[in-house]
Write a protein that binds this ligand. Structure first.
Ligand SMILES: [Zn+2]
Length: 344
C-alpha cells in the first residue's frame, strides 16, 4: 500500500490496524490513508492573525445507502476511517448524495440512494453543512426529500442547494466564523432535471447561468467570501469539460471567490481563473460506487480530495488537499501542484 499523498502539515502520525476488508465493507474511499491514521493538522497561519481566518474542509460525495448503510446499521460509524481528515477545520462541508428518510417511493432510475435516518447523528457530528444539490436527492420523490430536510433541520445541520421551493433552494448557506462571513451556494446540473425545485415544489437548485450569476451578485455585497458548490460534469472523466470551465469562469466573473465541484466520482484537478481557485471535482468521500463496475477506473474512483481552504475577509489565503486513495493510484493522481493561491 502506498502512503497518502499530501503536501500539508502532517503531525503525530500513528498506526491503526483496522482490517482492510472492513474498510471495503464500509465503502469508504479513503482506504489507504486510513491505515496510517494520519492526524491532519491545519496549515500554519501565514498571516499570523489568529481569529481572523477560518479553515474550511470540503469533501465530495457521501452516500450512506448500500454498503456504507449496511455497516452503519450494524453499528459502525461510516466516517470512522476518514473523520481524522476533517480535524483542524473550523467548518466542514460535504455533498450528501442520498436522501435520509423512511418515506418515499423509489423512482424508476438507474441508481437510487436512500439512507436510514440513523445516518443523521453521524452527519451532524462531522459536518457543519451539507449540499443537497445533486442527482440523487430526488430519488424517492418529494416526500423523501422533504423528510430529509426536516431531519437535517431538527438535527441543526444546515443544508443548501435544495429547499421546499426554488427560492429556498437558491438561498445560500451563510455562516460567520472567526469574524469571516461566508456564503456557499449549491447547484446541480446533472439529470434528471425533474429534480429541480419549482415555485411551489421541493427540489434542488438548477444551475441556470443567469440565475447563478444573479444569486452570486445578490449575496456578494453581504458577505466576505462567496463560494459555489457544484454538481456537474461527466462521470469518470479526469478533466473538466468545456461546460464546467465556462460556468466556473462565469461564477468567478460574477463574484465567486472559490468554486468547488462534484459528481464525476474522480478527481478533476484545479485551475486558477482571475486569481480565484476552481476545483472541478473532489471525487468520492464515503461511497461504494466503484463496485458498480469494478473494471472501470477502480482505483481512481476510490480516491477523493479533502479540500482545505484557509480564508479571511479578503478571500482565499491558501489551500491544500488531502488525497485519500487506494494503493497504486495515489502516485498518479495524488501529486498536487504547489498551492499558489493569490490573496486579493
Ligand atoms: Zn452525482
Amino acid at each position: 500500500m502506498q502512503p497518502p499523498h499530501t503536501r500539508i502539515s502532517i503531525r503525530t502520525p500513528s498506526r491503526r490496524s483496522r482490517s482492510f476488508v472492513l474498510r471495503i465493507a464500509f465503502g469508504v474511499v479513503a482506504i489507504a490513508i486510513a491505515q496510517a491514521n494520519t492526524r491532519v493538522m491545519a496549515a500554519d497561519d501565514p498571516a499570523g492573525k489568529p481569529g481572523q481566518q477560518v479553515r474550511m474542509a470540503f469533501v465530495g460525495d457521501i452516500m450512506l445507502d448500500r454498503d456504507p448503510g449496511k455497516a452503519m446499521l450494524a453499528g459502525s460509524d461510516p466516517f470512522a476511517d476518514v473523520a481524522g481528515l476533517l480535524e483542524g477545520a473550523d467548518l466542514t462541508v460535504g455533498n450528501l448524495e442520498c436522501v435520509v428518510a423512511d418515506t418515499g417511493t423509489r423512482l424508476d432510475k438507474h441508481f437510487t440512494f436512500r439512507a436510514d435516518p440513523v445516518a443523521i447523528p453521524y452527519l451532524a457530528r462531522y459536518f457543519d453543512a451539507v449540499s443537497l444539490a445533486n442527482n440523487h436527492t430526488g430519488d424517492f420523490g418529494h416526500v423523501a426529500l422533504v423528510e430529509t430536510m426536516y431531519r437535517l433541520r431538527r438535527a441543526n445541520l444546515p443544508f443548501f442547494g435544495a429547499g421546499l421551493n426554488d427560492r429556498e433552494a437558491h438561498t445560500p448557506w451563510v455562516v460567520e466564523k472567526n469574524g469571516v462571513k461566508i456564503a456557499v451556494l449549491g447547484y446541480n446540473e446533472f439529470r434528471p432535471r425533474s429534480f429541480e425545485a419549482g415555485p411551489k415544489t421541493p427540489g434542488c437548485a438548477w444551475s441556470d447561468d443567469d440565475k447563478v450569476v444573479a444569486d452570486i451578485k445578490a449575496i456578494r455585497p453581504k458577505v466576505d467570501v462567496v463560494m459555489t458548490f457544484m454538481h456537474w460534469g461527466e462521470e469518470y472523466k479526469l478533466q473538466p469539460n468545456e461546460r464546467q470551465k465556462a460556468l466556473a469562469h462565469k461564477m468567478v466573473d460574477a463574484g465567486a471567490d472559490v468554486v468547488v465541484g462534484n459528481h464525476p466520482h474522480v478527481i478533476q484537478g484545479h485551475e486558477y481563473y482571475k486569481g480565484r481557485l476552481i476545483t472541478y471535482c473532489l471525487g468520492n468521500f464515503v461511497f461504494d460506487e466503484w463496485k458498480d463496475d469494478p473494471e472501470i477506473m477502480k482505483e481512481e474512483r476510490r480516491m477523493g480530495w479533502v479540500l482545505r481552504l484557509t480564508l479571511n475577509k479578503s478571500g482565499l489565503v491558501e489551500w491544500d488537499a488531502v488525497v485519500p486513495g487506494a494503493a497504486g493510484a495515489g502516485g498518479k493522481l495524488g501529486a498536487l501542484p504547489a498551492s499558489d493561491a493569490k490573496v486579493r
